[in-house]
Design a protein around this ligand. Structure first.
Ligand code: ATP
Ligand code: MG
Length: 181
């Protein structure tokens, strides 16, 4: 199974300094006082996996993810988040024990994605995670209120989650692509 080993970030939301968060296999809890940045960690994971909605990660514009400064610190001009995933199982179709994903955003609005240190398009990251249960539209992150949403969802919307779990998204997406041609 693929698992999250490390999150590294600089400039993302409250992470004004470079931070490295290591996770072990198994259950990990993140605890801390209100406002200390726990939810910013899940926002960071969603964001690096390609989240395009500022609202989903509790902002108004995408630039809101960049550290906006405090009374004693100047705002930063860019933010990045890097995930290191263990891929010893080869569940992600990259022939490497580790998969590194990085997203960087500048205040100018310019945005970059890297897969194993090579610049890439978001599409490549999305394809890599399709059917893995990870990715921005998957069920790897269930935030407050989302359990309700799943229960109350229309059958068509719930079907999306089941299709992701069953591994048919890749085929649906390829079908769509070929129909465009
Ligand atoms: P709770 O226990 O209440 O859920 P939490 O630990 O989840 O709290 P977060 O919501 O992750 O806390 O963190 C909120 C903090 O992040 C706030 O103090 C907010 O000012 C700060 N923050 C969010 N965006 C930025 C930004 N762009 N620049 C600087 N600080 C930011
Ligand atoms: Mg929170």
């Amino acid at each position: 199974m693929v698992y999250l080993k490390t999150i590294e970030s600089h400039g993302f939301k409250s992470f004004a300094d470079k931070v490295t968060i290591q996770f072990d296999r198994g259950v990990t809890g993140v605890v801390g006082p209100n406002g200390s940045g726990k939810s910013n960690i899940t926002d960071a994971i969603r964001w690096v996996l390609g989240e395009q909605s500022a609202k989903t990660i509790r902002g108004t514009t995408m630039q809101d993810v960049i550290f906006s400064g405090t009374d004693t610190r100047k705002p930063l001009n860019s933010a990045y988040v890097k995930l290191i995933l263990s891929n010893e199982s080869r569940d992600l179709k990259v022939d490497k024990d580790e998969v590194h994903i990085l997203r960087k955003l500048y205040r100018s609005g310019e945005s970059e994605y890297y897969l194993n240190n090579e610049k890439c398009r978001l599409k490549e990251i999305a394809e890599l995670f399709m059917d893995s249960g990870l990715g921005k539209n998957a069920y790897n992150i269930i935030s407050q209120g989302e359990v309700d949403q799943v229960l109350k969802a229309k059958p068509e919307d719930r079907r999306h989650l089941i299709e992701e779990a069953a591994g048919v998204m890749k085929y649906k997406s390829r079908k769509k692509e070929s129909e465009k041609k």
